[in-house]
Each structure stands twice: as C-alpha cells, then as structure tokens.
Ligand binder design. Structure first.
Ligand code: LEU
Length: 499
C-alpha cells in the first residue's frame, strides 16, 4: 500500500482549509442572513456560535483526522466499528451538497460573461428567472437549460481535474493560487464599494444592532447554521483534509487561523455587500431594507442591478464580483468532493482516478437535475433540508457521540496538546460536552416541530410556500436518503484498507 498522501507545507494545509471554508456561504449567504437576523445584533449569537461550537468543533475534527489519518467513514469506524455509518452519513450529506453547489458556481461563471456587456438589462429579476434559468413550476423538470449546463460541465471539469491530480499537486496547488487571488479581488471590490456614495447608510443598516432579535430562537438557529456551513464542519470535510497532515503538525493554532480567517472574510463580504446596497438604495431613493434580498436574489438579482448603476467601469466590477464568487465556490466544491473520493478509495481500495471517476461522475450526473428549468426550486428545497436535517443534525449527533457515548474528549485533548502551541483547557470540553449539545438539541427539537407542524398549518404553510408533495420529495426525502445511504454504505464489506 502506498504511503498516505500528505500536504506539502503547513501553509498549503491552511490555504486548503481556508479555501474550503470561504465559499458561496460567505459571499451570498452571510450578509443577507446577518441582515435578516438583527443586523449588528447578529454578531452576538454569531460570535457565541463561533467560539463555543465552531472553533471547538474544528479543533475536534482536525484532531480526529490527524489522529486516525483516515477519511470520515474510517475515522468513525476506528473510534468504534458500530458508528461507521455516521461517517458515511456525513459523506452522503457532502455528496448531496456537491450536487447543487456547483450549479451556483456555474451561474456565477455565466454572470461573469454577462458582465462584459451588462446583458441582464434593466429588469434583472426577469432576466434571471425568465431568460437565464427559464424557471419552471415547482416539481417540474421542464428540460435542460443549456446556459446552465455548459458552465456546469466546465466547473466539474476543473474540479475533478484538480482532484484527479491528488492532494499536493492538485488540491494544495489550486488553493495556493485561488485563495490569494480571491483575497486580492475581494479587497478591490470592497475598497470600491465602501467609497461609493450611499455606502455609509448601507453599513449603518448592517451594523445597527437590533437587540430585540436576540430573544428570538430563530436568530440563534441562523447563527449556528451559518457557522457550521461556513466552516465546513460536521460533514466530513475537515476530517478528510486534516487526515493528510504530517505527524508533526500543529492542530489548535491551525484551527484558530482557519476559523478567524473565515470569519474575517465573512465580515469583509458583509461590508462590501452592504456598502453596495447602500449605494443602490440611494440611487433608487429608498431605504436599504427595501433593496436587500436573501441568497440567490442578492447575488444574481440585486448585484447585477447595482453593477449596472456603477459610475464607471461597471463591466469590470461585475467580472471581478462574479469571478470571486466562482473562485470561492470552486475551492469549496473541491473539498466537498474529496470527502467521498477519499472515502471510496479507502473502502474499496480504488485508485484516486477510479474514485474521482465514479464518485465525482455520480455527483456530476446528479447535478444535472439542478440544471433543468425546475432546478432552482429543487435546489432551494434540497439546500434547506440538507442543512437543517443533515449538517445541523449531524453536528449534534457528532458531539453527543464523542463527548458522551464514546467519551473521547480527554483523549483528543491530550492528542492535540501534545503537538500544538495553544493548549486546550477545560473550556474546550465544556463547549463540546455541555454548551453545544444543549443549544443544538434545543434547536433541533424546535426545527422538527416547526417543519412538521407546518404541514398542518394552512395559514403559514410549508417552507417557502411549497406544496406538501414537493417538500416531501425534494426536501425530506433527500435528507432521509443521505441517512439511508450512510447506513447502507456501512454494511458493505471493506475491500481496501482494513477498517
Ligand atoms: N464552507 C463553504 C461555504 O461557506 C460550504 C461548504 C459546503 C464547503 O460556502
């Protein structure tokens, strides 16, 4: 058996981990989530979630990867062979994310091209939904959208090409190029954005605290959801990446660097986005809250509008913005796919090439669903359900299992302390063993109740107003399928490395 692949340098590992963390979540998810959840007051639950759950979990996953030197399924099975299914469940959740995530990167590539002559015109909403996505009704496929399909193929070709090259010559090298480029581009965007007329009003809307929001459970749920998704924790990624760390590596310090870099970028994105929104609001002579929109709407409806209004060099600004979205997304997509590529390699003894071909090929094939005319609706439902009942639920299962069932925290603490600059104290165990399970446990009960009760609530209805049938087929079924796939994979015999 060939020696395990390893990162070439410490900086290479950090770039890759930061590259995974910084993604679409930072640029189009964070600013809108913060604004919807109390603006400046969101920082309180956000920082609380970062410090008590995000960074402690990141340290834990880095320790697991480093200690067991395996992708998630084998890591879990080495802890206890009865829990291998949790590792596969995490991998299956990553697989689902990797089927819709590249579609958003594909849109970004298209919009990079559209930026050259601002081809979205005056009505950017109609352009996105009617001209570009040609959106069909929820539940309908309505045939492929060629405009999405072509960049999607390109995204997969780049990602799988890099993954095929392996850890050092593929993932590490790509991130060493992507991440510094991304930071430079994004700084240019932010500097331009904060110097636009109206930027101050935008920033005020972003930072103005609404402390009443702190008493709402939903704000805390949003903060935890954002931290988990954004730090790529709880779904196999960071375990896989840290399994390539050389024996002599720092764990705790690397986790702090990764966590703080990600949050700094998130803050930067918030500043850039809200400055631009302030500018837009001033142009239209309305309040900032009237131009803000969540998710897809923010990046692909509001931003094109802002870009068109730019005093000068609109096209260039558009190219930079959408290119940064694509770059941030690509380095994250690579990390999501590496979870199943390495998992399959270890389980079946496949070469990297075979695992990239089969695993990556399967994900690419499934992603075609989201390139159909009904794609956006499927994407929206899958994203919501897999994040709540995949990522957040897995986070809870993971901490409860490790802290209380297997009681591994003292052993992990020793392992990390033996090789790290920063020593972990009792606070780390309190965060993972007490605070995180309580907050996440409460959140999950509330979420289940809300989503189940919604099926009977004729007034407020389902998530985003979708029908029961659609929510079941595109939401619940996807989240359940990931769990089922995890269990089935764990029942198959190991043909590669021993478990
Ligand atoms: N952390 C990434 C982001 O913020 C997402 C993850 C699924 C790789 O976009």
């Amino acid at each position: 058996m060939a020696a395990r692949e390893q990162w070439g340098t410490r900086a290479g590992f950090i770039m890759a981990a930061v590259g995974s963390a910084i993604g679409l979540g930072n640029i189009w998810r964070f600013p809108a989530t913060a604004f919807e959840n109390g603006g400046g007051a969101f920082f309180v639950p956000y920082l609380f979630a970062l410090l008590t759950a995000g960074i402690p979990l990141l340290i834990m996953e880095f320790t697991m990867g480093h200690k067991y030197r395996s992708a998630a399924p084998r890591t879990y099975s080495k802890m206890n062979k009865n829990v291998e299914w949790i590792g596969w469940w995490a991998v299956a959740v990553a697989f689902v994310i990797s089927t819709y995530y590249p579609v958003i990167i594909a849109w970004s590539l298209s919009y990079t091209v559209f930026s050259f002559n601002l081809s979205w015109g005056a009505d950017t909403e109609a352009f996105l939904f009617n001209d570009y996505l040609q959106l069909a009704d929820p539940g309908q496929f309505g045939g492929m959208t060629i405009g999405v399909l072509i960049p999607l193929i390109l995204v997969w070709a780049i990602a799988l090409g890099i993954l095929f090259k392996g850890v050092q010559r593929g993932i590490e090298l790509a991130n060493r190029i992507f991440i510094p480029t991304l930071v430079v581009i994004f700084l240019i965007i932010c500097i331009r954005a904060v110097t636009l007329p109206g930027a101050a009003e935008g920033l005020q809307a972003f930072f103005e605290p609404d402390f009443g929001a702190l008493t709402q459970g939903g704000v805390w749920v949003a903060a935890y959801g954002q931290i988990f998704f954004s730090l790529s924790i709880a779904f196999a990624i960071m375990i896989t990446y840290s399994s390539y760390l050389p024996k002599k590596s720092d764990i705790t310090n690397n986790a702090f660097i990764t966590g703080f870099s990600n949050s700094s970028f998130e803050l930067l994105a918030g500043i850039g986005v809200f400055s631009a929104l302030g500018f837009m609001a001033q142009q239209l002579d309305v309040g900032v809250e009237e131009v803000v929109a969540g998710g897809v709407g923010l990046a692909f409806v509001v931003f094109p509008q802002i870009i068109s209004e730019f005093p000068a060099l609109s096209g260039l600004f558009g190219v930079l913005f959408f290119l940064s979205l694509a770059l941030a997304g690509l380095s994250s997509l690579i990390s999501i796919s590496e979870t199943y590529i390495k998992g399959l390699q270890e389980k079946f003894g496949w070469t990297r090439g075979k695992a990239v071909g089969i695993g990556g090929g399967a994900a690419a094939l499934c992603s075609l669903i989201f390139a159909t005319r009904g794609g956006l609706n499927f994407l929206d439902a899958a994203d919501y359900f897999i994040n709540q009942f995949g990522v957040a639920l897995l986070g809870l299962v993971e901490v409860v299992l490790i802290a209380w069932v297997l009681r591994k925290l003292p052993e992990f603490q020793q392992h990390a302390n033996a090789i790290s600059d920063i020593r972990l104290g009792g606070w780390w165990k309190v965060c993972l063993g007490v605070i995180t399970p309580i907050v996440l446990g409460y959140m999950m009960i509330d979420l289940f109740l809300q989503n189940i009760l919604k099926q009977f609530d004729t007034e407020n209805g389902n998530y985003a107003g979708y029908t029961d049938g659609f929510i079941f087929a595109s939401g619940w079924a996807v989240a359940l399928a990931a769990l089922a796939a995890g269990i089935i994979m764990s029942l198959i015999r190991w043909k590669g490395l021993s478990k």
